[in-house]
Design a protein around this ligand. Structure first.
Ligand SMILES: NC(=O)c1ccc[n+]([C@@H]2O[C@H](COP(=O)([O-])OP(=O)(O)OC[C@H]3O[C@@H](n4cnc5c(N)ncnc54)[C@H](O)[C@@H]3O)[C@@H](O)[C@H]2O)c1
Ligand SMILES: [Zn+2]
Length: 306
């Protein structure tokens, strides 16, 4: 809406935020056209984690070859915190331009939180903003990095310092990727689930507490795991939805993220995001207990995971 007086012209426009996080079974199977239907007749720049490419590249390339009607590039990228930076973003932008990606075309990110954060950020800048699709392949990707609207990179030694609030067109979760995720990465993702359970969802806490062992043994790929992930996603969206742009900085979902950025930075990213969140949860729980804000039983129920 545009308003005017004789002295000023005022613009009042609010971008509505609309996107879906959808579970898709066998996303890259040759008889599943879900992703192709979303892409439709658009050129497509697909950034994929190099590890995911090594494991699933042939299948994904076969899928794109079968379905995509326009030009596309499948671009494997090394994903670690040390190259979650401007140089990598520039490479993505450069390669997208080389493909001739236009304003109505699309970027896709396939990987963990690092790839999703970088592709979202690159899409927020390319030709001033083009659409993008998230395809997470890690537990953190499914229940956290794929769920909100934050994108970004590390900058000058500071974690996620530069970025944009920019929602994807859609986030497609195929949990089959979990079968190759190392146990250490699963535990890393578990910290974010635990965070959610502690701050808003007692039922989720009980569920993971009862099923912790089997969840890890079966890489969350069982009915309880699917339920746990769905509950975590729902809880996260509920929390974010009233405060997408973080005008209120007192966010419950930031539990576990007070000390963790410093742990990540000072370990030169040898300690992963999820593990740093886990350490933060342990420290915060201990502080709350010492300050008599938390009873002994709750303290012990949380700390037994660390
Ligand atoms: N934007 C957000 O709201 C948000 C939320 C949480 C975390 N993050 C960011 O996400 C990052 C952490 O995400 P992450 O834990 O997914 O880490 P990650 O992206 O580094 O992935 C973890 C490791 O697993 C590998 N991998 C990915 N999928 C695999 C698969 N299916 N099989 C085998 N290996 C696989 C990756 O190559 C990588 O080595 C951090 O940079 C964090 O800041 C962002
Ligand atoms: Zn986090």
């Amino acid at each position: 809406m545009v308003l005017q007086t004789s002295e000023k012209v005022a613009v009042k426009e609010s971008d509505s935020i609309e996107y879906e996080v959808i579970r898709v079974h066998k996303l890259f199977d040759l008889d599943n056209s879900t992703l192709a239907d979303y892409i439709a007749d658009r050129k497509c720049f697909v950034v994929i984690s190099d590890k995911v490419y090594n494991l699933y590249g042939e299948k994904i390339a076969g899928y794109l070859e079968k379905y995509l009607r326009c030009q596309y590039v499948l671009f494997p990228l090394e994903d670690n915190e040390n190259n979650k930076n401007f140089e990598t973003i520039q490479n993505i932008l450069y390669e997208a331009k080389k493909l001739g990606l236009g304003r109505k075309d699309i970027m896709i990110g396939i990987g963990g939180g690092i790839i999703l954060d970088m592709v979202g950020f690159a899409a927020s800048m390319y030709r001033r903003r083009i659409n993008y699709i998230r395809i997470p392949t890690t537990l953190i990707g499914y229940i956290d990095a794929g769920v909100g609207i934050k994108t970004g990179i590390n900058f000058d030694g500071a974690k996620n310092f530069i970025g944009a609030f920019y929602p994807p067109e859609i986030c497609l979760n195929d949990y089959a990727f979990l079968q190759t995720l190392p146990i250490d990465e699963l535990k890393s993702g578990f910290s974010e689930i635990l965070k959610m359970a502690i701050v808003v969802d007692r039922h989720l806490f009980d569920l993971v507490e009862t099923n912790y062992k089997i969840l890890l043994e079966e890489q969350f790929r069982n009915e309880i795991g699917y339920k746990v992930m769905h509950m975590s996603i729902y809880d996260m969206v509920q929390q974010l939805s009233t405060n997408f742009h973080e005008k209120d900085l007192m966010r419950l979902v930031d539990f576990g993220h007070t000390f963790s950025p410093f742990i990540e930075e000072y370990s030169a990213y040898r300690i992963s995001h999820g593990h740093a969140v886990g350490l933060d949860i342990a420290i915060s729980t201990e502080i709350a207990f010492l300050m008599k804000l938390l009873d002994k039983e709750s303290h012990d129920r949380i700390l037994k995971y660390f």
